[in-house]
Design a protein around this ligand. Sequence first.
Ligand SMILES: [Zn+2]
Length: 437
Amino acid sequence: MFSATPFNFTQEEQDLFDSLLQDSSSTIRVLEDDRTIFAMRNEDDSLDMTKAYLELPPLWDTHMHLLNYANAKQMVSLHGTKSVQDCIEAGKERLKTFTGEFLLGRGWNQNEFSDQCFPTKADLNLISTEIPIIFTRTCGHVAIANDATMKRLEGNPHPEIDWETGTIIEAGLNELYALIPSPDVPTIKVMLLDAIEDLRYHGILEVHTDDFTALSDRDYEKVIQAYTELDNEGKLKVKVVQQCLLQTKEELEGFLQKGHRMGQGTENFKIGPLKLLLDGSLGARTAYMREDYHDDTGNRGIRIYEDETLQELVDMANEQGMDVIMHAIGDAAIDQAMDAIERTQKKYPRANARHGIVHCQITSNDQLDRMAKLNIVVYVQPIFIRDDSKILVNRVGKEKASTSYNWKGMQDRGIEVFAGSDAPVVEFDVKENMKWK
Ligand SMILES: [Zn+2]
């Protein structure tokens, strides 16, 4: 995991680690012979092996979206924008050299804007009214579309499309992204190779990645084929475990009927657990809460599944020997995940089951006790603290904030805590992640 503690350093090594972590010109990188080195950087960006450096064990990122990252690399980056105007300028700048069909952007965060307002359709129309434009929020749970895009959605009755503002959220995004043409397997392979280079550049040798819905046609067979071919060609230079996002009973049934099971694959590419989304994000106030948002009375966020539907999915996977890991950020979503895990463990007990909760941010101590009892694995994103610490107390109040993001409380209870970046929600720079332990 991304934490200084499990490395079992001597005091001297720990001191070196701490000083490298603080130094902006140090980096963690995988070298050709698969050694992961934490060292100072030379001016030409190579590693300075003449100064003291550390050799680290292979580093894993246990939850990210590698193919989305590869996609996002081709988009207008809106990370770090400080206003809607900044977003418009970035879009206009890209348009100068743009040749594709859809102008896509990712990374805006209204909490960084002085007026805290989402961009709207009208703002994106200022970039172009002819080229379809979609700008997705940093969390990936909200997107804004311009008129040219909205026109292509015309007649779509989905309730999560706001025609007035061009705001599309949660499941409505599936309708939106279905408009974008999907790449073929050779193109996906090129995109992945580029992303894998970046992983190694940041010291990562294994990723657990959720890619099944990264393509607009959501054709997971293409994703599996791309990884498998890369491995057969000896080009897959990181180990990859696929966290299989299959959100409906029909999708999961189809997947299992084709014979896919957890653990299958090649040495470097494996089918992992079933991944489910139970709620939204804290930033967008769509994480599902036990109580109203402290800064939005009457709103408890979004619950994606009825308990029964969720149970069916969890049982279907568990019965076939497939672990289930659930995106749950709000405390009510975390309760829902634990209820489903507890019931399925009673119905189909598996001694080696590793069911998990991804993100697991807003928690109370009683929930951590229950997590430990149920032997649940937690996938956290230390780097989220950097952004979320600015909004946490506003969203949930002081008291709840004091028991949330409690990685230490989890570890103290013997809960296994794995770290990841959730890239491209934020960057997968291991060094950045290790600062927020
Ligand atoms: Zn994720």
